[in-house]
Design a protein around this ligand. Sequence first.
Ligand code: ATP
Ligand code: MG
Length: 172
Amino acid sequence: MYIERVALKGFKSFGEQVDIELSEKYTVIAGPNGSGKSNILDAIRWALGEQSPSRLRISKQSDLLFQGSPSRPPAREARVSFVINDKGKLKAFKRVLDESGSSFFVDGKKVKLYEMEEEKRLLGLEGIDFAFIGQGEVLEAIKQKPAERRENLEVLFGISQYRRKREEALLK
Ligand code: ATP
Ligand code: MG
């Protein structure tokens, strides 16, 4: 399973629409400081439901809107979409922020955040947050205690749900 492409418009430094194609194996995004590399990762995190401003490196939600440049007016809407290719089966995710707030879409259909979480669970993306190791978080990941690291890896590999079920069963 991999992210096939990402499209951004009006999101952070991306004023006009930008389409990025990702490779099935790995993709390297290179560019000068401040050119928007980390913003692409922020966009994917945000579109997957990230709510924490600090993890998105902003102080308020409206900071996600393109602020404008000498040649381009500020954006009134931010949209990020991406397509996940799961063994040839495609699933399209989109998140839009406008005056009415933010909305999620899966395959073009508007969904609630909890439905979005369910879609993530179905794809085995429940622990995806741990799969993003941001700039400055490398040390944090290295310094994790073994038990903490194991816990995160169990979520990532989808094992935690079985541990939870086992614990529930043992209580009965
Ligand atoms: P580095 O190599 O230093 O990590 P980077 O390529 O990861 O850089 P980003 O952090 O993705 O860079 O982008 C930072 C840039 O995005 C800054 O120049 C900042 O002004 C710009 N930026 C952030 N939010 C917005 C916004 N809402 N509107 C316009 N530009 C923005
Ligand atoms: Mg960066």
